[in-house]
Ligand binder design. Structure first.
Ligand code: GLN
Ligand code: ZN
Length: 772
């Protein structure tokens, strides 16, 4: 039996890489200093894993920005627009790499960055490789060799990790028409073979090929490409032991295919789909080893060792000890560094902490499992096992987790309305009698600029340097100011600005029961950006109102309508570490019940329009098509639980960003929000294609102002976008608004853009009236 790890977090335990990269980008440090930081992180990671008892330790899992971009650069998949960056002799490989990741605005050049998208169903974003019709590959970067040799220098014969050739192609995008990216394999494969040969010549014995697509829905063409590619690799490089990894899903119907590939080891994710083990064990050929991913690489819970041993025992009985590897389910990139760094009892009580494991703890678990599965585990291992059993047992019964009141509510969930009292058409009339909004009503998505000043106040308040009263006073002034500015601009439906919020999920989590927070629980989101997701450890409930104070205050300042602003249950779920002892859907429903109480309290407080943001609903979509319907059903239901109990006269809004809604537009309609505001402007209303076939029944505000860039759109531009929208959506269903919240923008650009937006709405109103 062997232990191995698929990948280790790389941002540094105190985000050293993030800080060094950002300093390098702003010219504060030279490249040598950045390289030093990276070497320290790599070496520390390697040593940690070695000390923990990991036998096959990954290299090339480190990345300055993104491991898919690393692969693209290694393979020489450099889009033509960056060739100019190379021509400048003062630039080296790393500068080119960062230019691809972040764009290049220097020496009179203005080159856009490569596109970024979500890494499967995680919150990590990768850089999308670009492929062109005459695409050629060649070995461009020596990163992987350098990292292998670097490990050897500190006495570690590591296992290089690469994205497998088929997954690499499938992750990319054809930037021209007239070819299929999978056909590039013939040109690509020789470069891969080259890399493998060189690694072997440096003494590599094992190689890890990540092929996550092997656990997704595959076309016949992709299946054929898998067979052909791996047969050729085996033939050309017979000695290298290849570990092929799948994760995030079950191999499922691709199993015959996966088991027939001539590799040394197949890795499977037994955390996501434990059920697949039996089937695999029944069918595995006698020359294939199996890597059992039993330690959760996606979540922060301590491993249930007893359960893991049960899987391993089963495998031992079928295929014997020698053919088994023990591992985390996937790369540990998606979990924070080290639980030992968490020392603040108020945000993470020790009773909760004892249930958690971060990367450093997880690799120890892997080694411990191996020990425990061996014939004679040491006394100290057995002690650790007992301690683990005790922690797991308390988790099953702890009153911190299990709240009888929440359980009762959940048992009577069926009594909660999940439909509004009247259909949308009728509601619209009732709402309009009260709201009296013009045609093409204008609004914003919620947040207004979070200036340095505001963030400073919050930091000082958290450190106890300013009193709660003073902090509230400052926020009140900012809110008042923002209401006034919106009135002056002439917006119809106002917002309070969200100045009291640091983050749209954290703000709610901090006030709800069942959530805990870490101090250093950072995970990479993209490049140097990291997030610190809350931990949902127990039954969720709302001890007291969350937002009523600010909404009511804002409404008291104006005779226009102010929209209440809430984060929806699916988004709170999606952007947190979620408990693993109940189904996601049950946790979503608990959050939905808490948000529902808030909605009703806002209504009672006289708030007539309430927005429940669900920007993350699309990204929660399961990776396998067959699972999509059931997810969408419970996700939509959670929204409806949160939103359906209000009176017909109360107008419910929702907001979504990150596009790509075309395939789920029917389900979005089923959410039955009176108004949806949606990201649209960057894709030039591409999204609207969906509306040509599907008549979205309720009101909709396709974003006309791209808030992701500092650029100010002109009135004419927005009029054009709205006219385009009006071709497929009836004018009396259209709202006028930006793409998303204005939190990251400055005041001056915001005011100019919103003024233009209001003028655009006015122009459309006049044109519409003139027609009648
Ligand atoms: N109401 C939030 C805001 O305006 C929505 C943010 C989001 O969609 N991500 O900031
Ligand atoms: Zn948004």
């Amino acid at each position: 039996m062997q232990t191995h790890n698929l990948g280790y977090p790389r941002i540094g335990k105190k985000r050293e890489l993030k800080k060094a990269c950002e300093q390098y980008w702003s010219g504060k440090i030279i490249q040598e200093e950045l390289l030093n930081v990276s070497r320290e992180i790599i070496n520390e990671n390697l040593k940690l894993q070695q000390e923990a008892g990991i036998e096959l330790i990954p290299v090339n899992d480190f990345s300055f920005y993104d491991h898919v971009l690393d692969m693209a650069l290694t393979l020489g998949a450099i889009p033509p627009r960056y060739h100019q960056v190379i021509l400048n002799k003062s630039n080296n490989e790393l500068d080119l790499y960062f230019a691809m990741a972040r764009g290049y605005q220097k020496e009179g050049l203005d080159i856009t960055a490569m596109e970024m998208t979500k890494w499967f169903d995680t919150n990590y974003h990768y850089i999308v490789p670009e492929f062109y019709k005459d695409q050629k590959f060649k070995l461009f970067s020596n990163k992987i060799f350098n990292e292998f040799i670097g490990a050897k220098q500190i006495g570690i014969s590591a296992k290089p990790v690469l994205i497998g050739p088929i997954s690499f192609l499938l992750l990319g995008k054809e930037k021209e028409e007239g070819f299929n990216k999978l056909d590039l394999i013939d040109d690509l494969l020789p470069v891969y073979l080259d890399i493998l040969k060189t690694l072997a010549s440096h003494g590599a014995e094992y190689i890890q090929f990540d092929e996550p697509f092997l656990a997704l829905d595959l076309s016949d063409k992709a299946k054929a490409a898998y067979s052909k590619t791996y047969a050729l690799i085996r033939k050309e490089i017979p000695k290298l032991k290849i570990i092929l990894t799948t994760y995030f899903e079950e191999i499922g119907d691709n199993l015959p295919q996966a088991l027939s590939l001539p590799v040394d080891t197949l890795h499977v994710d037994l955390v996501r789909k434990p059920e697949q083990l039996d089937h695999i064990l029944e069918n595995i050929p006698s020359n294939l080893k199996l890597s059992l991913g039993v330690v959760d690489g996606r979540n922060i819970w301590k491993n249930d060792l007893e359960e893991s041993l049960h899987f391993i025992q089963k495998a031992i009985e079928k295929i014997g000890t020698d053919r088994i590897l023990i591992a985390p389910s996937c790369s540990l990139l998606h979990v924070p560094y080290d639980l030992d760094l968490e020392t603040k009892e108020e945000s993470l009580p020790s009773e909760i902490k004892q249930w958690l494991a971060f990367a450093k703890q997880k690799i120890k678990e892997v080694a411990l499992i191996k020990e425990l599965a061996s014939e004679k585990p040491s006394a100290s291992c057995l002690e650790d096992f007992e301690a683990n059993k005790r922690a797991i047992a308390t988790k099953k019964t702890s009153p911190l987790i299990h709240d009888t009141q929440v359980q009762q509510q959940m048992n009577s969930l069926t009594q909660i309305p999940v439909s509004r009292n009247a259909a949308f058409a009728e509601r619209k009339i009732l709402q309009q009698e009260i709201l009296k909004l013009p045609l093409f009503p204008t609004t914003t998505i919620g947040s207004f600029p979070q200036t340095k000043e505001i963030r400073n106040w919050r930091a000082q308040f958290k450190k106890g340097l300013i009193s709660p009263e003073r902090y509230t006073q400052l926020l009140k002034e900012e809110t008042k100011n923002t209401i006034q500015r919106q009135e002056e601009i002439g917006i119809d439906v106002l917002v309070h600005g969200e100045f009291e919020r640091n983050d749209m999920v954290e703000y709610f989590g901090e006030q709800l029961k069942g959530f805990a927070f870490t101090e250093n629980g950072w995970v990479q989101s993209y490049g140097s950006r990291c997030v610190k997701p809350p931990v949902i450890y127990g039954d969720v409930s709302r001890p007291k109102p969350l937002t009523v104070f600010w909404s009511q205050y804002a409404q008291s300042l104006t005779s226009r309508w102010v929209k209440g602003m809430l984060t929806g249950p699916v988004t709170i779920l999606q952007w947190s570490f979620v408990r693993n002892d109940q189904e996601r859907k049950d946790t979503a429903n608990q959050i939905a019940l808490a948000i529902r109480e808030e909605v009703l309290d806002l209504e009672k407080a006289g708030i007539r329009i309430i927005q429940i943001d669900e920007p993350a609903i699309r990204e929660g979509l399961p990776l396998r098509k067959k699972d999509a319907a059931s997810y969408l059903e419970w996700a939509v239901l959670a929204f409806r639980i949160a939103s359906s109990s209000v009176r017909n006269e109360t107008q419910i809004h929702t907001h979504m960003c990150y596009s790509e809604f075309n395939d789920i537009i029917h389900h979005i309609a089923e959410m039955d929000a009176d108004v949806i505001t949606i990201e649209c402007s960057r894709s030039q209303m591409e999204l609207l294609d969906a509306f040509a076939d599907f008549h979205y029944p309720n009101d909709i505000g396709p974003g006309v102002y791209d808030i992701h860039a500092p650029r100010i759109p002109s009135k004419e531009e927005m009029v054009r976008l709205l006219e385009k929208a009006a071709q497929v959506i009836p004018a009396n269903q259209l709202w006028v608004n930006p793409d998303c919240g204005l939190k990251t923008r400055g005041w001056s650009e915001t005011e100019q853009a919103l003024n233009a937006m209001v003028s655009a709405a006015k122009e459309l109103q006049q044109k519409e009236l003139a027609q009648k």
